[in-house]
Write a protein that binds this ligand. Structure first.
Ligand code: SF4
Length: 363
């Protein structure tokens, strides 16, 4: 039994299961496979679980006993206009009232990303990140991860065409639930996202990368939150990276490549005075050299409630991008979206949650 599979008589979390997993549970339930497929359809398409609408009360009760269906409560929604459309952050709450967030990011040309959380808070404690100030309060289940997408489509009117795991939490600190969520998100009988529409963003964790690699999904996108190309600076900015020094991370990424033309994403949060010099650009290029195709995304720092520096100016951003190009790197500047509603990169996290549970700092 996997770590996330419930004991046989425990309710199966409907939103954390593929249709086949649900049908396997349906063998002894009223209506069997046909009823399971109907319940699966309405749960994933409409965000509803109403066995009473099709079954007599006693039979519906049997389904209610066998399955768990919970969508998070929407605490509030905050919007910001951007050049490509309306960015929106939804603050959600679990049954205990712990809040986590997902973000709709308009990409233009009728594309939109949904940025998902995998944990409430995060144990990695990256110093430039608001979520890191919370500590890890709890893991989100696969159903809660997928539930953000179902809720967004059914209740918020979002139409995500791609999914990025860049919200609250380190996805590879919750690997079993992340991987189950990937299976459910790509289930053709359900939400049906193509694998190339999914991007996992991580600081790089040994076991998690091995588990993703073992999936053998050639088209799944991977991005590493790098931010410094020397161990001393990286561990100062991201204490949890001490567990995986850059040379070892580089070796893992060299052997990770799932297909010949795979392009690895590298995220660089640009922090004035901390990682924005000519030498930083040179070191980054040297570290990337053995990795094959990479795309460096430069993300201007978005100061949170405890800033470690200021936001970079447009000149500073352009200068750093220019140095990276001179070094021969493919680069893209991430346009800042959502800063005004604390929905931009590194800004997710509710200051009121700090101290509500013991902090579990990076390992
Ligand atoms: S940047 Fe990511 S890994 Fe680091 S503290 Fe924030 S959420 Fe966690």
């Amino acid at each position: 039994m996997s770590a996330i599979e419930p004991a046989h008589d425990a309710p199966l979390a409907l939103l954390g299961a593929t249709r086949e997993e649900l049908c396997a549970r349906a063998a002894t339930l009223p209506g069997g496979r046909g009823q399971a497929e109907a319940l699966h359809r309405s749960a994933f398409r409409e965000g509803r679980f109403e066995p009473e609408s099709a079954l007599p009360a006693a039979q519906a009760a049997a389904w209610r006993e066998a399955l768990a269906f919970d969508l998070p409560r929407v605490v509030r929604r905050e919007c910001e206009s951007t050049a490509t459309g309306l960015l929106e952050k939804a603050v959600l709450a679990d049954a205990r009232g712990l809040e986590y967030e997902c973000v709709r990011i308009p990409m233009g040309r009728e594309r939109e990303s949904i940025c998902l959380s995998t944990q409430v808070g995060c144990a990695m404690a990256c110093r430039f990140c608001e979520t890191g100030l919370l500590g890890r309060l709890r893991q989100l289940s696969a159903a809660e991860i997928v539930g953000q997408v179902v809720l967004a489509r059914a209740q918020l009117g979002w139409r995500p065409t791609q999914v990025v795991f860049m919200g609250m939490g380190e996805p590879l600190d919750n690997t079993a639930n992340l991987i189950q969520a990937l299976h459910v998100l790509t289930d053709r009988a359900g939400l049906g996202f193509a694998r190339e529409r999914l991007t996992v963003c991580t600081i790089g964790r040994r076991e998690g990368l091995a588990a993703l690699h073992a999936l053998g999904w050639k088209r799944l996108n991977l991005a590493i939150s790098l931010n410094a190309a020397d161990d001393a600076r990286r561990s100062e900015l991201m204490p949890a990276t001490r567990a995986l020094p850059l040379q070892e991370l580089q070796e893992l990424l060299i052997s990770y490549r799932p297909r010949a033309n795979f392009r690895l994403g590298l995220h660089w949060c640009l922090l004035p005075g901390l990682n924005d010099t000519r030498d930083d650009a040179r070191r980054l290029a040297a570290w990337c050299a053995p990795l094959g195709r990479v795309l460096v995304q430069v993300i201007p720092y978005n100061p949170g409630t405890q800033p470690i520096t200021r936001a970079p100016s447009e000149d500073e951003i352009a200068r750093f991008l220019g140095w990276l190009r001179e070094e021969g790197l493919a680069v893209r500047r991430r346009i800042t979206k959502g800063r005004g509603v604390m929905a931009a990169c590194g800004q997710l996290g509710n200051a009121e949650l700090r101290g509500r549970a013991p902090r579990e700092r990076g390992r």
